[in-house]
Design a protein. Structure first.
Length: 630
């Protein structure tokens, strides 16, 4: 034990070995292959339960200037930015029955967002919309999509209930051909792939999964016809039903309290407990909101991002759990003692680069304090802060859950940034309800399903309904997640091009795939505030398209040199977090215990703000540098 460790109320060595033990019992050789792809027999898990009326229409065989694939925030922002540039000949193709993306699909009871609504909702100054609370919910977010799409007249440009299944470059015509499940053969000069992230539900591969005769669905396709109620709860149809939920990630944490309140009996099958901290939502102070000066949202978003990437000022505008991490760490280090280094964590929706915040934090500390402390000392301090934070989280389970065994089972034993921390003020208390039972599988997960329920440890739990809160594909092939293959010049597919590692320019263009723009595969920005990066990238793409049109150019492709240069940038800025990732309990943050070893498959290591500035400077230069055009 170091001198510093002698002043703390826990034994770091004991915690280190406990964490190791909990990780080891969860490591699986199968990695991502422990999950089933939702297709074939399982494709009903991705059917759309929210469509009110099935659209019928003739196949579309038109040619457009631009096709945008995806009607979530990425697609809607792209449409808005194209309109702003006067580029009106576009179509947005969306699988769902309306705009909304993630929020269209994830409208399970309790669904809400942990990023402050004042920075999460894009274009608030343009729409004059005032979010009701600091943290918004699914219903308000879907309402906001209506406001955005009305503001930019996007509805008539949308093809809803339409699933793209092939995108192919037509070399002779220099156009893209987009085929859909509605027999559309649409052509477009440009295609924007705004497919989103965490969009493809996954199921655990369990023995007997096909045998279950009861009702079942995935949380991202909530069956309100079966449960009753809406995203605010009141699931009245469950009052005489026995329900099982599999999974205890961020989604389950939000819907379990509602299931607990309504079901006759609820079994929560847990493999790994989430870290559950306080949420503390507040009503919007309308006077304060309305008094904000022009440009406030950009300033606020940048201020927030600055805190997360170690570029912050003294003014903390968002002032929440995210930014507090950095303020507190700084305060603690200034005093050169670990006692003040609390609250490490609060890293909520950090789905892409799960190392980013921890890494940003280390970088910040290194930059500012390297003179005074060694790298080893910093790592140790950060670890102690993490232990302290997680001890508090574990103590919260003891404080809120009546049964000591259940409380113990609900305690997370891993570093905070190994998994996505959760924030909820009713989840832990739900286990005090007489009708709720936690079935802790001690890291093993559910392995078997019978015709009537779930079998665990030789016991059968008979249930009327099994709800899968088992998450979404991460780390699988990009085209598989999109649901369609893209074939570029010479017929080469994206899967073939990226099989040994991503290759893009700015994370947006890829050589061999001209006139295409990608928002999601990687080598782009990482921010917890996803809509911020979608906003920046969509403005960037709209700028490029406007430039091409005004110069009467019809072709744009990343040059070989530019793409190689960008890969070098990504690799040189990638930070090696392998050992941290390996020490983590498995999950989608560390590729199910098999961390990425290819430095090209990273996000931009300089941080989102640096990336946004890089794009801005590139636009200012006004030469479309790195792009071949004609
Ligand atoms: P996750 O992938 O986070 O969770 C899946 C859950 O299923 C985990 O608890 C996992 O356990 C469990 N699981 C998998 N296989 C089995 C099995 N065989 N038996 C039992 N349990 C099993 O998916 P979510 O939908 O919960 O969340 C996805 C992401 O969406 C979040 O990380 C977040 O980024 C975002 N989100 C954000 C929200 C917000 O802003 N508040 C709310 C909801 C989601 P294990 O941990 O052991 O792998």
């Amino acid at each position: 034990m170091t001198l510093q460790e002698q002043h703390i109320s826990f034994d770091p060595d004991a915690l280190r070995s406990k964490y190791r033990l909990e990780r080891d019992k969860r490591l699986k050789v199968e990695g991502n292959d422990q999950y089933i792809e939702v297709k074939g027999d399982f494709s009903y898990f991705v059917e759309d339960p929210y469509i009110e009326e099935k659209i019928t229409r003739e196949p579309n065989t038109n040619t457009y200037h631009t096709v945008i694939i995806g009607g979530g925030f990425g697609g809607v922002l792209s449409g808005a930015r194209l309109r702003e540039q006067g580029l009106n000949d576009f179509r947005i193709i969306e699988k769902g029955g309306d705009f909304g993306g993630t929020w269209y699909w994830n409208r399970y009871p309790g669904a809400s967002c942990d990023i402050e609504s004042y920075i999460y909702f894009p274009l608030l100054e343009e729409t004059n919309f005032v979010p009701k609370r600091k943290y918004t919910d699914a219903a308000e977010t879907l309402d906001y999509f209506k406001i955005l799409s009305d503001k930019f007249s996007l509805r008539n440009n949308a093809l809803f209930q339409t699933e793209v299944n092939e995108v192919k470059w037509l070399a002779n015509e220099k156009l893209w051909l987009i085929k859909t499940n509605r027999q559309d053969s649409i052509k477009a000069r440009y295609v924007i792939h705004a497919n989103g992230f965490l969009n493809r539900p996954k199921l655990p591969a369990m023995k007997g999964i096909n045998d279950y005769q009861g009702h079942t669905f995935h949380t991202s396709r909530w069956d309100y016809d079966y449960t009753g109620g809406d995203s605010y709860g009141n699931l009245d149809n469950l009052k005489d039903k026995k329900v099982a939920i599999i999974g205890t990630g961020a989604t389950a944490v939000q819907c379990v309290p509602h299931l607990a309140a309504s079901a006759q009996k609820l079994y929560v099958f847990q493999r790994t407990p989430s870290s559950i901290d306080e949420r503390n939502n507040t009503e919007t102070n309308i006077e304060w909101f309305k008094s904000q000066k022009s440009g406030w949202q950009d300033e606020r978003r940048e201020n927030f991002e600055g805190f997360l990437t170690g570029n912050f000022t003294n003014k903390d505008l968002v002032n929440d759990g995210w930014t507090e991490i950095f303020r507190t760490i700084l305060g603690g280090l200034m005093k050169n003692g670990p006692s003040k280094l609390v609250l490490l964590g609060w890293v909520l929706s950090a789905p892409l680069n799960r190392n980013f915040y921890e890494d940003g934090l280390r970088t910040f500390i290194r930059n500012k304090f390297m003179k005074y402390v060694s790298r080893e000392d910093i790592n140790r301090k950060v670890e102690i802060v993490d232990f302290q934070k997680m001890e508090k989280v574990r103590a919260r389970a003891d404080a809120l859950v009546n049964d000591p065994n259940t409380a113990e089972s609900l305690k997370p034993y891993y570093r905070q940034l190994c998994k996505r921390p959760c924030f909820h003020d009713e989840y832990l208390q739900a286990f005090n309800n007489d009708n709720v039972e936690l079935i802790d599988t001690d890291g093993q997960g559910v392995k078997e399903i019978s015709a009537e329920g779930i079998i665990h440890n030789g016991q059968e739990f008979k249930v009327d309904c099994i709800i899968f809160a088992s998450g979404f594909e991460v780390g699988t092939d990009y085209s598989r997640r999109c649901g369609y293959q893209v074939s570029g010049i010479g017929g080469i597919t994206l899967s073939e091009k990226w099989k040994d590692g991503l290759a893009t320019f700015h994370g947006i263009h890829s050589k061999g795939f001209p006139n295409s723009f990608f928002y999601g595969p990687g080598q782009g920005p990482m921010t917890a505030n996803f809509t911020h990066s979608l906003d920046e990238q969509s403005a960037h793409v709209a700028y490029i398209l406007k430039q091409l049109d005004s110069k009467n150019l019809k072709y744009v492709e990343a040059s070989d040199e530019a793409e190689k240069g960008w890969i070098d940038t990504i690799v040189s800025k990638a930070r090696n977090m392998q050992s941290f990732q390996e020490s983590c309990t498995p999950g989608y943050y560390n590729n199910e215990g098999k961390p990425n070893t290819n430095p090209a498959n990273n996000t931009y290591g300089g941080g989102a703000l640096e990336y946004f500035k890089l794009l801005k400077d590139w636009r200012k230069n006004n030469k479309l540098l790195g792009l071949k055009t004609h």
